[in-house]
Ligand binder design. Structure first.
Ligand SMILES: Nc1nc2c(ncn2[C@@H]2O[C@H](COP(=O)(O)OP(=O)(O)OP(=O)(O)O)[C@@H](O)[C@H]2O)c(=O)[nH]1
Ligand SMILES: [Mg+2]
Length: 327
């Protein structure tokens, strides 16, 4: 690949609607190299505040529940309405092979080729759960490039729901018609982070099952309250093969977007505060993992075998050493 253009050239390219410039800018913010991070910081200076605000929808759910297929369907509808749609599909990197679990299965062919859309499968680097500071920065880059509706697809594992709720304006949790993963989600408290919960694949042979699962949710004893003031968490059926169901869900998203408009500045400030904390966590973890004192103490703890207590005392010593180290 050609060397990355200067931050100034990237900013110019992004303003012109050049997707390659946007892709390269996102690669810069995802890079952990210091030189790239510096270039990304200069890029943001060149970009300045966004010309128009974007709405950010997080779509989460278990693998295979239908997130990408739904995003493709909703994204195309949004494009038809004149929106410019960006999709960041966070692909949990497999630690075993350094590659991705999902590979090219993004299932967004129509949207990827649409002139008003941009689809970006992003590796989630080494953060379990997938959403990191880079995701939040990538969202801001898409906004700066003129995309006014940004979808973030993330697999519902680990901490991703919590983080996607931190960086999105609205979180849609998709649940399998079989209901198993939905009930798991309730148990694990994941549902707390969702504003709308939709049971997918409500069509054909799966329709009855999907309706049954939806009823279970709707009649669940606790009253789920959405984080948007004055609105309740909603439960809906959806199918990409059913225009009426798709329309109904699309309408709910639009209604949420309208009602969220006047909270947007506060939310944006909270979102960049989260981005800062995530970046700090990543930097601190990187520093700790590479620190010789940490490695030495971990080895010393392991060497106590077979007489192991809790690592707490050793960790305290490690912290003391790190905090008093003068070099
Ligand atoms: N019948 C039916 N099948 C669907 C629907 N939506 C998705 N599917 C199918 O479900 C399977 C998984 O869809 P994906 O969109 O790739 O699911 P995903 O949640 O993005 O999966 P990962 O990205 O792997 O986590 C595919 O075979 C889709 O064709 C739907 O509304 N109805
Ligand atoms: Mg997918």
């Amino acid at each position: 690949m050609n060397p990355t253009p200067s931050p100034h050239a990237l900013a110019e390219g992004m303003r012109r609607g050049d997707r390659t410039a946007l892709a390269r800018a996102i690669t810069l913010v995802e890079s952990t190299r210091e030189a790239d991070q510096d270039a990304a910081a200069v890029l943001f200076d060149h970009l300045g505040p966004p010309a128009a605000p974007s709405f950010r929808l997080g779509v989460t759910g278990a693998p295979g529940v239908g997130k990408s297929t739904f995003i493709e369907a909703l994204g195309l509808r949004l494009c038809q309405q004149g929106r410019r749609v960006a999709v960041l599909a966070i692909d949990p990197s497999s630690p075993a092979n350094g590659g991705s679990l999902l590979g090219d299965k993004t299932r967004m062919d129509g949207l990827s080729h649409h002139p008003a859309a941009y689809v970006r499968p992003s590796p989630s680097a080494d953060l379990l759960g997938g959403i990191g500071a880079a995701t939040s920065a990538a969202v801001r880059l898409c906004e700066a490039a003129g995309y006014d509706f940004i979808l973030i697809e993330t697999v519902g594992i680990g901490q991703s729901e919590r983080h996607v709720a931190d960086i999105a304006d609205l979180v849609l949790l998709l649940v399998d018609p079989g209901g198993g993963d939905g009930l798991q989600a309730v148990k694990r408290g994941l549902i707390e982070y969702a504003d709308i919960i939709a049971v997918t694949k409500c069509d054909g042979e799966l329709r009855t099952q999907a309706e049954h699962t939806l009823a279970e949710f709707t009649h669940a004893p606790s009253s789920y309250v959405s984080r948007l003031p004055g609105s309740r968490r909603e439960f809906l059926p959806v199918s990409v093969h059913d225009a009426a169901l798709l329309s109904a869900l699309h309408d709910r998203v639009t209604a949420f977007e309208q009602s969220a408009l006047h909270h947007l500045p506060d939310r944006r400030r909270a979102q960049v505060a989260v981005e800062f904390k995530l970046a700090l966590e990543q930097a601190v973890m990187k520093w700790l993992k590479g620190h010789p004192v940490v490695a030495a103490h971990a080895q010393a703890f392991a060497a106590q075998w077979p007489q192991h207590g809790l690592p707490t005392a050793m960790v305290r010593q490690t912290m003391d050493r790190l905090l008093t180290a003068t070099d």
